[in-house]
Design a protein around this ligand. Structure first.
Ligand SMILES: [Zn+2]
Length: 107
């Protein structure tokens, strides 16, 4: 199966059959911008890490907290509650996630 990637800067689409770990967050060959995975779709946490908004450790910590909670809180809200991200950063990541899923150009 091939992985599909898209540059969030220039919108360039690329494909790779390389294992996910090797192609995690490659840079755009055309503009050097951040390239995100379109297929299979990235989770919100992965997008936040790729954008440099939070670290993998932050996400791991949040997922551990989420597991222990009796009331389920969506990851975005939980990250804000834990002060790991801001509201604007969440909005930006959600916008990118929507654009990735719809295949539209990311602004
Ligand atoms: Zn680019």
């Amino acid at each position: 199966m091939a992985y599909k990637f898209k540059c969030i800067n220039c919108g360039d689409i690329s494909y790779s059959a390389a294992p996910l770990e090797l192609q995690k967050f490659p840079l755009c060959e055309k503009c050097g911008g951040t390239v995100l995975r379109v297929q299979p779709p990235m989770k919100l946490g992965e997008i936040l890490i790729a954008l440099g908004i939070m670290s993998e450790q932050d996400l791991k910590r949040a997922l551990e907290v989420q597991e222990k909670m009796t009331e389920h809180l969506v990851i975005g809200r939980l990250l804000i509650k834990l002060n790991l991200i801001g509201r604007n950063e969440l909005e930006r990541a959600l916008q990118i996630q929507r654009d990735m899923l719809s295949g539209a150009q990311v602004q």
